[in-house]
Design a protein. Structure first.
Lengths: 137, 131
């Protein structure tokens, strides 16, 4: 059973300023559930990486920033979606050092490490959906 | 468009990043800084990031680029004031900021820049390069 969202904000991702707005929303949600400063920083950084991917690789999209609850614990969840070209080889894209857009290739693998739960679904030609979640420990 | 101010202090340039930078702003800073280094013939660049709440791979790459470009232009770069939570996150992200010198705060950063300038001058003297 997926964690239930008790609060959700949708943020469009069209420009690099929108990536900053995503960071601010994730930070707010993280503070709201009482995440430690280190955990706040981790989930905000992970969200920043994925938001940039949505913009650069996905050609823009949106993010749902949520406060979730499951089994009495709270978390911050960020779901990123785009209708871009998709990722043909997810396993390869998750590898550190793999990059297509002249980046460092740390985005996907790094974001997964910074999250407690991570999920990626992608269909070539259709788009990509990435979920990040950090629980309050 | 917004710009991050660059202050000149003697032979050094000083940058304090106090806003949550979007990517274009970061690229702008990179261009402005290299231009200013060349124009002012600065020997050192200090970038204080104590107000930055995150450093992701893009900002990390920008810091690395600035250090590399400055080096080519004859200036040393030191990044100061990184928050501990940012440092922990950066390493877990997989970024170690290789090639970027860091210091705990602005004061120590300035000491570092002055010291490297001093070493260089001493080096010239020792090698008998003085005119």
């Amino acid at each position: 059973m997926a964690a239930q969202a008790i609060k959700s904000d949708r943020i469009p991702i069209r420009t690099s300023e929108d990536v900053v707005v995503v960071r601010q929303h994730v930070r707010r949600a993280a503070i709201e559930i009482g995440l430690s400063l280190v955990d706040q920083t981790k989930i905000v950084t992970a969200a920043s990486e994925i938001a940039r991917n949505t913009l650069v690789h996905g050609g823009g999209g949106w993010a749902d920033i949520e406060v979730v609850q499951q089994f009495g614990r709270s978390g911050v969840r960020a779901i990123f979606e785009d209708n871009g070209p998709g990722i043909p080889d997810i396993a390869r894209a998750m590898t550190d050092g793999y990059t297509t857009a002249n980046g460092l290739g740390l985005g996907l693998g790094g974001s997964k490490r910074l999250s407690n739960d991570f999920d990626i679904q992608s269909t070539p030609g259709k788009g990509t959906r990435i979920m990040l979640l950090r629980w309050k420990s | 468009m917004d710009r991050i101010p660059i202050l000149k202090m003697g032979e050094f340039l000083l940058v304090t990043i106090q806003v949550d930078m979007h990517d274009r702003l970061a690229i702008q800073l990179q261009e402005d800084l290299t231009g200013r280094i060349a124009a002012t013939r600065s020997r050192g660049v200090l970038i204080d990031i104590s107000s930055l709440e995150i450093v992701d791979s893009f900002i990390g790459r920008m810091l690395g680029n600035i250090a590399g470009m400055s080096k080519v232009l004859g200036a040393d770069t030191v990044v100061t004031g990184m928050q501990p939570s940012v440092a922990i996150t950066l390493v877990e992200l997989g970024l170690s900021l290789k090639g970027v010198r860091t210091a705990l705060n602005v004061e120590r950063g300035m000491d570092l820049l002055r010291a490297s300038l001093g070493d260089e001058l001493e080096g010239y003297g020792g090698a008998g390069d003085q005119v």
